[in-house]
Design a protein around this ligand. Sequence first.
Ligand SMILES: Nc1ncnc2c1ncn2[C@@H]1O[C@H](COP(=O)(O)OP(=O)(O)O)[C@@H](O)[C@H]1O
Ligand SMILES: [Mg+2]
Length: 243
Amino acid sequence: MTDNLSVIKLENICLSYSGTDTKVLDHLNLEINKGDRIGLMAPNGSGKTTLLHTIMGLCKPEAGTIKIFGKVLENEKDFLPIRSKIGLLFQDSDDQLFCPTVLDDVAFGPLNLGFSRQDAIDRSRKILEKLGIQIFEQSITHRLSGGQKRLVALASVLAMEPEVLLLDEPTAGLDTKVKKKLKDILNSLDISYFVISHEFDFISQVTDKVYSMENGKILTDEEIHIHHHEHVHKHGKHPHIHK
Ligand SMILES: Nc1ncnc2c1ncn2[C@@H]1O[C@H](COP(=O)(O)OP(=O)(O)O)[C@@H](O)[C@H]1O
Ligand SMILES: [Mg+2]
């Protein structure tokens, strides 16, 4: 990346799933810049996962522009090289992990990037250690608990040394201990990230601004005001007074 601060820029993205008329993303705009730590809180079904998959080129919008590191991406060939630079932590860890052992899963990405077997293993061990899960190195991935799998999935993403992380509900189903660990890991990273969560406590501790999503569009923090104990509502667009 040169002087350009823009990491991800979506402009007027429209997307409907085939066979439906509903626009899941409707002229959506989003910008993630270098150093940003942004949270996204929005109800189920509002299109959050679709948005992340669109950034990765896994869902194809029918209109709009996707710019990553300042370059417009259109087809699979354009998206391939950026998939190692943008790490997506899937909503379901089982979608991310497919190798027999933890070490194989974490080393898969670096091996794919062209690292030698030994370098991929060294790199993977380093990241497993950083996440405090090196004891699971030889464990059978699918036998791990949900929380352990989430950390292994995160290790497999971080092993690619991405420049930005997209996390799709990383705290879902985690106990307090793993949640705290995830919080500490995120706060120790020096890369940009965009994290979806329903948990305000978590999101407010790992991000600098929180967006929402409604009618296929992003509402930035100038447009919403999140109330910890009550509800999310538009602030700027529909101003009102609280008692
Ligand atoms: N593969 C698909 N085919 C058809 N509809 C889908 C598909 N994936 C998601 N949807 C629909 O698109 C909408 C947004 O889904 P999603 O992006 O998963 O929302 P969220 O992550 O915010 O819960 C929902 O109404 C969902 O049912
Ligand atoms: Mg989702």
